[in-house]
Design a protein. Sequence first.
Length: 176
Amino acid sequence: MAFAFQPRLAGALVRLEPLQPADFDALFQVASDPLIWEQHPQPDRYRRDVFRQFFDGALASGGAFTVHDASTGTVIGSTRFLGYRPEASQIEIGYTFLARSHWGGAYNGEMKRLMLRHAFQFVERVVLLIDQHNFRSQRAAETIGAVRAGEGVNAAGRPSLVFAITAERFAAVAPA
């Protein structure tokens, strides 16, 4: 069965919709906050021209989502599936960002759990490649049950820490 890269996913806090060209303005409004990118290897992604490249890459990936606050419908961020390796039964979750108003774990945690539940219908392992200086994302990965599994190179060719979670571990640590 082929991996479904852009399903509609919904929880109590967030709703993930396939990224569309018309989402640019709402998503840039979120991304224009420089503090979102302060621990990111590309800290100027809050600039419109830099974000445009990111957004165009997200569209081209075929696996990106616009994240909405489930109660208001407001766009609060983005995330995506990428790096599908069927021979290894593995996919990556990455390029995630959320509005600071939705930081603190609950929204990101639910979003990642929705994505993991979906992914584990198709693969046995999910990885997250995180910059070594992005401590917030490292903690967030550990919160959903991912463990540091080594070092690697992300899609942009940058050295990254590899965090991984298996379907078995997710089943043991995920809330019902």
